[in-house]
Design a protein around this ligand. Structure first.
Ligand code: UDP
Ligand code: MG
Length: 138
């Protein structure tokens, strides 16, 4: 069993896609073991996305992710890091496969509806960033 951090970004929440995203998680055997809705401050966004510090999109990305409410979830399942990445689709929605969340709903390379950890190491950091050990259902 593996865990990953999933986020519905402010564009996904604003466009009322929470249910749509969660429906897909549930349909694909990705078990939600922790979940919360919150707003990130700009400083929290900078820390969460520290891996992208210095890149041309860092400023815009941290501004965007702190611009409104997000839903953060921990998903559990077999090979869930890779499976959830596949469900999301490529970062650039124009390159994402048919049927993926980003291909269907993203409007922009930045406003791409969802986030997902990309490795066990990033999953451990990102899960710990949002959740403490009392906030899991098991
Ligand atoms: N992003 C962007 N411009 C880019 C690349 C990324 O605005 O050229 C944003 C986009 O919202 C993306 C996030 O930065 O989801 C993190 O980038 P990463 O390369 O980690 O993509 P992801 O892991 O989300 O697919
Ligand atoms: Mg990433």
């Amino acid at each position: 069993m593996q865990r990953t951090l999933a986020i519905i970004k402010p564009d996904g929440v604003g466009r009322k896609l929470i249910g749509e995203v969660i429906k897909r998680l549930e349909a694909n055997d990705m078990h939600i073991v922790a979940m919360k809705m919150l707003c990130m401050s700009k400083d929290q966004a900078r820390e969460f996305y520290a891996v992208h510090r210095g890149k041309p999109f860092y400023e815009g990305l941290t501004e965007f992710i702190s611009s409104g409410p997000i839903v953060a979830m921990v998903l559990e399942g077999e090979n869930v890091i890779e499976r959830y990445r596949a469900l999301m689709g490529a970062t650039d929605y124009r390159k994402a496969a048919e049927g993926t969340i980003r291909r269907e709903f993203a409007t922009d390379i930045q406003k791409n509806i969802v986030h997902g950890s990309d490795s066990p190491k990033s999953a451990a950091f990102e899960i710990g960033y949002f959740f403490n050990r009392f906030e899991f259902i098991n």
